[in-house]
Design a protein around this ligand. Structure first.
Ligand code: ZN
Ligand code: ZN
Length: 291
């Protein structure tokens, strides 16, 4: 079993590793910088080396890096598109430098004057540019970009696995792109994860359009809002609208994948969340039912 929690880098990169250990986890996810700013300075080489050394010692895998909130590679607005590409380049480069296995990204929103198809073409152009940059600079890529499904409010792209497949299939770097399922997003879009039939349909949909081997990661979150609400509010596992029985079903099918929790912390920024611990233990308890 692989379980981890998205942790903050407020106490430095190594702080994420200590927090992961304290929570009883064995894989992890983080931002490499503040997710709400466009410009940041790259971490020092020594910081990265210390992080890598300690991760190896703790034997945590995979390391998942989440792209910040601001980039929107689907945008047809030139200013946003190029600002996004510059930031994405850094995200790709840091993923490589940290030797992370995965970089997770929400595909973005197409512009009002534009179309879904154009949004998809913009995304592909942007990520292919970043992959080429990494290939030219480092000689190899060595990580996968994972596209995450979204709850589909506004003009967000990636509501269904068929939609995500269009991005993957258009890219020249297809073999380096995979999938991350966020359970809260799937549910708030309208996939009723409380029904076994629907979970099986999701797996069939992925197999049909992309290939199930492309699925690499689960963002395990309950949803505060109801099925089809298209509101993105994560909630504690088993305490939201997906509920305990829903998670039993989800884990029956997805327990072999790394599970990353992005549930509310409900504590000050400087503290380790007791809620994280509760959520991790809750998932472990369900998993024990299956072993
Ligand atoms: Zn997520
Ligand atoms: Zn979300």
């Amino acid at each position: 079993m692989k379980i981890g929690v998205h942790c903050s880098i407020r106490k430095g990169y190594k702080g994420v590793l200590y927090e992961t250990k304290k929570l009883g986890c064995n894989c992890l996810q983080m931002f490499t910088h503040s997710p709400r700013i466009w410009k940041f300075s790259l971490p020092k080489k020594q910081e990265i080396e210390e992080f890598k050394f300690l991760r190896k010692k703790f034997n945590f895998s995979p390391l998942v890096i989440h792209v910040a909130y601001l980039p929107n590679p689907a945008s047809s607005n030139k200013e946003i598109y190029y600002k996004t590409r510059d930031l994405l380049l850094l995200e790709f480069e840091l993923t490589k430098l940290f030797s992370a296995e995965y970089l997770v990204m929400h595909p973005g929103s197409y512009s009002e004057s534009s179309s879904l198809e154009e949004g998809i073409r913009n995304i592909v152009k942007s990520i292919d540019y970043c992959f080429k940059y990494i290939e030219d600079k480092f000689g190899d890529i060595s990580f996968m970009l994972l596209l995450e499904n979204v709850c589909g409010n506004g003009r967000k792209i990636g509501r269904t696995f068929e939609e995500l497949s269009k991005i993957i299939n258009l890219s020249k770097y297809k073999e380096h792109i995979g999938l991350c399922i966020d359970t809260a997003h799937a549910f708030s879009y309208g996939y009723d994860l409380r029904k076994e039939k629907i979970i099986v349909n999701i797996i069939d949909e992925i197999e049909k359009y992309i290939g199930i081997e492309k699925l690499k990661l689960i963002h395990l979150n309950d949803s505060k809002h109801e099925l089809g609400s298209r509101i993105d509010r994560h909630y504690h596992i088993g305490k939201g609208n997906i509920g305990k029985d829903g998670f039993k079903l989800i884990l029956k099918y997805f327990k072999k994948y790394p599970l990353i929790l992005e549930t509310p912390k409900e504590v000050g920024f400087d503290k380790i969340s007791p809620k994280d611990k509760e959520n991790v233990n809750f998932v472990k308890k369900i998993l024990n039912l299956f072993s």
